[in-house]
Design a protein around this ligand. Sequence first.
Ligand code: LCS
Length: 402
Amino acid sequence: MGDYEDHGFATRVIHEGQGHNPHGALATPIYMTSTFCFDSVEDGMKKFSKEKPGFVYGRSGNPTTAALEAKCAAIEGGEAAMAASSGMGAISSVFMSLLKAGDHIIAGDTLYGGSDFVAHHLPDYGIQVSRVDTCDSTKVKAAMKPNTKLIYVESMLNPTLKINDIEALAKIAHGQGAMLVVDNTFTPPPMCFPIQLGADISLHSTTKYLNGHGDIIGGIVIAPAEKMVDIRGIGLTKICGCPASPMNSWLVLRGMKTLDLRVRKHCENAMAVAKWLEAQESVASVFYPGLPSHPQHELSKRQFADGLFGGMVSFEMKKPNGMSRFEATERVMNSLKLFSVAVSLGDPDSLAEFPAGMTHLVVPQEEREAVGITDGLIRLSCGLEEAKDLCNDLRQAFSGIN
Ligand code: LCS
């Protein structure tokens, strides 16, 4: 899809969806308006009934947001896209429009805490949820039921950085007429293209790499046009009521102009940090798909483009003498100077967070520990600084426990 299909990714991410506007402005204007005037009653009625294209009201669409949607659909190879006011808004719009009481879904056993929370609540609406280690295809196959409507996974698990095999999961889902929905937030283009690997729907928290500057909250869903009718018309517009604001859509559009450069640099820095961590005495384990020690390194090489393995690195400290694991973790994190102690990811600034007590606090402790979210796990979002400075920051933080 898109007007620049035969161009490289770096070109496409700049030019796709750019469109034209009445004054020829190169940058997409910000249409800061709640409503849109009709030429006549007839014109308004035709636009409402979709007999005529056009915008009617800001909750269902806006030209600035439409430019972002066109860009995202084009670069991920999907038919249609819909921007939401947050990643959670994007996820909830999908669940609330495509599922009904009596349906069954398979959700990965490790998901971002907010998504995990939603999966825990779907049974309140009569939707059955099986939590499965989706990185193991045989377990997914065994969990499929005649009423399974969709499989919901993260391309790279937050925060354990295990990898889902998108091609294998798509085959299982499609074998029984179900859909595969992939949260691609941790592995943005040009790294991973879930729809090209067989997923039906790809979505992102645009708060992260797509915007890339740590100054908005947003989400996007890329889906077949036929599914998008309900995702937008029911999920986003009627039930969740969470459209992206024109200002935030514009900021994501601006951020995406440099997506290619940024993602490559985030990945380069994360690889350097992961290698450095793996060589440290005080580190028990490093989780990074780019390391040969990662159990799914081969799958990662196949699934992710251009030798890119993501900007996130998770690791566990060894338990030092006379200190609990948590104390060591806390001391290291509190000593960081360049890494800010903060949740979120994909910002220019490097961030360090403690999943068990922050992003995944809402996941019951037993479930957390069963998937490896322990009291010793630190998650790093490697920013765009110099890699050697990031390693030196970790070095000085480790010196407090050695
Ligand atoms: N999907 C994933 C994989 C996420 O990591 C997040 C947020 C969301 C969806 C939700 O997006 P939001 O509504 O926040 O835009 N993840 C966060 C994290 O790991 N730290 O802080 C937020």
